[in-house]
Structure formats: structure tokens, C-alpha cells
Design a protein around this ligand. Structure first.
Ligand code: GLU
Length: 502
């Protein structure tokens, strides 16, 4: 195949981009880059009734946050633009007309009341009404009416749609890279509307005309579009165009595996199902970015939602993914969403993050909380980060560095504070006072040496000391904490505990 690979992500701006849509974008991007091809963004906004303000900007921002750049798209014009269907409106009508002229499509004048009536009548008889070969001649269209009657209706300005004339009694062979071959009996298909009475094409017509004009070689999209494939293939055939290859991605399932992942699942399960926070008119949805996730973690998680590399390796950067990704390794079965796994990836990428960068983020958080001080933030970060999944966890784990304990964890205090603790802490305070090079090593040597010499249990000293410094039984090594706090602050905290015990 010498043709350059060109793929597109074609969302409709009807609200915030669901995480499943982000996966579609990612797989398209990876496939394009794996083949040295182009990744296009096309905004499918022909359905004016479902247009939502801000949705397009949201899509672009989400792709930007995840570092999934498009080669051509709105604001990045290539040679086949514009990339917004509403700006291509003038293009579609001629294609619908061409099919009518060639007898492959027809005008239909049926009103929605008429059609509802037919549906009701069918239902009453336990049947389903389908507008196709079966009954199209009994309906109001240019196949059933005389040419004169059609002419009259058209010149009277009666409303009509253009429908595709789906053939009778044929078997279609559809090919899908992920699903293999699919056979469809055309008798089960309906005559889909290609052009609406409002002067706009439907999704189907605009979608295939644009894929053709934009020289798309592979259509990679969600499984929910599989039922449209028969019509799309027929449209390519009707126009005499070479159809792109198709790959329909597996559904994304609830963590339980029972049913499709929905917005509700996120709200109930306490995990985002959107890349960025969405502040709609009536609803707000949590986003991965605002919840503190790193884009690397989200990309890695999404890559594995329906695909695997065939090895044990689980950590892949975007760049590494472009080297190993293939559609052949995308599976058919639905992919279970796993919020715990996402956190696991997040923990990994937080550890991998450049420490100065991480320190910068932590500093920003401290500023937000109005915390200042002279402590060595980078050291604190390096001591705490192993236990942290999010930047926010650094605060959770390490706020005691900035705020001396005001009280002591009750349960721990019961265990740690004994009748001789006050005396012991007094001794530790003296030893601390006498330690000149105030490093973790020096403190450890002095205090541990003393404990050994006294033939005392370590817990007897270390537990109250930790409580004095932290207020709870958590945090990194006690001597690391003391060294970081410095002599004065360490002494103050020990003294406060002594007071507390008096
Ligand atoms: N506009 C469709 C969507 O919102 C695009 C489907 C396709 O990729 O063909 O998902």
C-alpha cells in the first residue's frame, strides 16, 4: 500500500467529550503515527438541534492536554478544509442530488405525523415499521408518485427529505479490521435519510462525503457506529468511490463489566469519565485534569482499554505507544473500565516525574493553601513522593512539616505515652540540643546510640518522638523529619509534648 495513511477523529460537539471519545482519538493518532500518516480532527456539527456551546473548544483543549496533536483540523488548515461540517454546508447537496439523478436515492414527502401514524399501526399489529423496499411504494415519495406529482410538490415548496434507496434481496459483505467479515441482508436495512428538510445533510451523507474528500484511508471509531457501516459501504459503492478500511473499537464497560460505562457510573463511583472538568449550564462533571491526574497516566490507561502489546510490559509513553500500536491487537470484547488501574498508572507517572517539576507543583499547592516557610521543599517532596499518587497527597502526607501538631492521635498516644515518656523525651531533647551537625545521620547515630546504651526498647523512644514531631504515627524516617525541620523547630515540638505530658 503506497497511499499515505490518513485518519480522522470526527466528534459531534454535543457536550463534553466522553473518555471513550478520547480513546477513539488516541487510537486514531497512534495508528496514524505508527504509519507515518496524518491525523485529522473534523467537527461534525450538522445536527443543529444538538449543538452545545463550548463543546468544540473542550475537544480541542482535551486533545491538547493529552498531547495528541492533530495535523489538520479547525485552526490548523490543510488542503482539504474547512474541517467543520457547518462550514462545508454548500458541499453536500450536490452529492445527494447526484444519487437522486442516478436513481439511487429519492425524494420523500411523508410528514412526521404520517410516519408516526404508520409506526403506530404497525405496532398495533405487532410489527415494526421500516421505510424500505417493503413498503416504500405505499408511501409519499418520488418512487411511488408520478413525475408530474413530484414536480408539483417540489414547485409548491413542499418539505421533503432525500432517502437512500437500499436494494432489495442482496447480501452485503462488510469488512472490519477488528471484527472480521460481516454479512448483512439488505432486506433488513431501511432507506436512511441522507438530506434533511432543513437543508442540512445527515451525519451519514456528510460523514462519507467528507471522508472521501479528505482522503481518509482508515475509519477508526466506536462500536456504536457498526450498525451504520452497511449504509456507509453502500454509499461508497453508489458513488463509485473506494471505501476506507474500517475498524470499530470495543465498547467501554462499567467497572463491574455489566453494561456500557456512563456519566452516572463516574458520579456514583467517584471517578471521572471525562478528560477535563465540564461546567455546563445545568451540570458539572469531574475531569481527570482537575482531579490531579497526569496526562501520561490517562493516555497509558486509555491505550490499554481495548488493546494490549502482547507482552508483559504495561508502561508506555505516548511516543512508545506509536511504535507498538496496531489495530490487529485491538480486541473485540468490551473493555472494562478500571479506576484503580488508572490510579496505579498515576502513581507510577508521579514517581517518574522530574523532581523539580513536581516540587514546582507542590509549591503552587502550598501557595494556594497560603502556606509559606523556609523548608527545603524539594527534599520534602523526595521524602514523601513514594507514598503519593497525586500532588495533593504530598500535602496530606506532609502538612505537619508546615504546621506543628496541635494535638496527638488518640489511639497512638495511648500506646506511646507512658509514665516515663516525659523523662525520655527530656533526654532526647538534651541529645538533640547537643547535636551540632544537624543531619539525619548524626541524629540517628546520637539518639539510637543512646537508646542502645540505655538498653531500652526502640519503640519507647521512637513512638513518642514521632508523635511529638508529626502528631500521628505516619511520615518518613523520624531523623529525616528532624533534619528537615531544623534544630529549633524540632526542639520546640519535643518541648511542647513534654508540656503536654506534664
Ligand atoms: N460524528 C460521529 C461521532 O460523533 C462520528 C462517527 C464516525 O467516526 O464516523 O462519533
Amino acid at each position: 500500500m503506497s497511499q499515505k495513511v490518513r485518519v480522522r477523529f470526527a466528534p459531534s460537539p454535543t457536550g463534553p467529550l466522553h473518555i471513550g471519545g478520547v480513546r477513539t482519538a488516541l487510537y486514531n493518532y497512534l495508528f496514524a503515527k505508527a504509519h507515518g500518516g496524518d491525523f485529522l480532527l473534523r467537527i461534525e456539527d450538522t445536527d443543529q438541534t444538538r449543538y452545545v456551546e463550548g463543546a468544540e473548544g473542550y475537544i480541542v483543549e482535551a486533545l491538547h492536554w493529552l498531547s495528541i496533536p492533530f495535523d489538520e483540523g479547525p485552526g490548523k488548515e490543510g488542503s482539504v478544509g474547512p474541517y467543520k461540517q457547518s462550514e462545508r454546508k454548500h458541499l453536500y447537496r450536490q452529492y445527494a442530488d447526484r444519487l437522486v439523478t442516478e436513481g439511487k436515492a429519492y425524494y420523500a414527502f411523508d410528514t412526521s405525523e404520517d410516519l408516526n401514524e404508520h409506526r403506530k399501526n404497525h405496532e398495533a399489529q405487532g410489527k415494526t415499521f421500516i421505510y424500505n423496499w417493503h413498503n416504500r411504494l405505499k408511501l409519499e415519495n418520488s418512487l411511488s408518485l408520478s413525475p408530474e406529482a413530484v414536480e408539483e410538490k417540489l414547485s409548491n415548496g413542499e418539505e421533503y427529505v432525500i432517502r437512500f434507496k437500499s436494494p432489495e434481496g442482496e447480501t452485503l459483505l462488510l469488512k472490519d479490521i477488528i471484527r472480521g467479515d460481516i454479512e448483512i441482508d439488505t432486506n433488513t436495512l431501511d432507506d436512511k435519510v441522507l438530506f434533511k428538510s432543513d437543508g442540512m445533510p445527515t451525519y451519514h451523507l456528510a460523514n462519507i462525503v467528507d471522508d472521501h474528500l479528505m482522503e481518509i484511508t482508515h475509519v477508526i471509531r466506536g462500536e456504536e457506529w457498526l450498525p451504520s457501516l452497511a449504509l456507509h459501504q453502500q454509499l461508497y459503492d453508489a458513488f463509485g468511490w473506494q471505501a476506507p478500511a474500517f475498524a470499530h473499537l470495543p465498547l467501554i464497560l462499567k467497572p463491574s463489566g455489566k453494561g456500557k460505562l456512563s456519566k452516572r457510573d463516574g458520579e456514583m463511583g467517584g471517578f471521572p469519565v471525562f478528560p477535563l472538568q465540564w461546567n455546563g449550564e445545568n451540570e458539572t462533571y469531574a475531569g481527570y485534569r482537575e482531579e490531579g491526574y497526569l496526562p501520561e497516566a490517562v493516555v497509558n490507561m486509555l491505550a490499554f482499554l481495548g488493546w494490549n502489546p502482547g507482552t508483559e510490559e504495561e508502561f508506555f509513553s505516548l511516543e512508545a505507544l506509536t511504535e507498538v500500536f496496531s489495530l490487529e491487537r485491538v480486541h473485540k470484547a468490551g473493555a472494562k473500565f478500571d479506576p484503580k488501574k488508572t490510579k496505579w498508572f498515576q502513581h507510577h507517572y508521579l514517581q517518574e516525574m522530574d523532581e523539580r517539576l513536581l516540587t514546582g507543583r507542590f509549591q503552587a499547592l502550598l501557595q494556594q493553601k497560603g502556606v509559606s516557610g523556609t523548608l527545603d521543599t524539594q527534599k520534602i517532596v523526595s521524602l514523601l513522593k513514594e507514598r503519593a499518587t497525586f500532588v495533593e497527597d504530598l500535602w496530606e502526607q506532609g502538612s505537619f512539616f508546615y504546621e506543628a501538631p496541635q494535638s496527638y492521635d488518640e489511639k497512638a498516644a495511648q500506646k506511646a505515652f507512658k509514665s516515663d515518656t516525659k523523662e525520655i523525651l527530656q533526654q532526647v531533647k538534651n541529645l538533640t540540643e547537643r547535636t551540632d551537625t544537624f543531619t539525619s545521620e548524626a541524629l540517628s547515630e546520637t539518639i539510637k546510640g543512646w537508646i542502645t546504651q540505655q538498653e531500652m526498647g526502640f519503640g519507647k523512644v521512637m513512638m513518642p518522638l514521632r508523635l511529638a514531631l508529626v502528631g500521628e504515627m505516619k511520615g518518613p524516617d523520624v531523623f529525616d523529619i528532624m533534619a528537615l525541620l531544623g534544630k529549633k523547630e524540632s526542639l520546640q515540638r519535643i518541648e511542647r509534648t513534654i508540656q503536654h505530658l506534664s
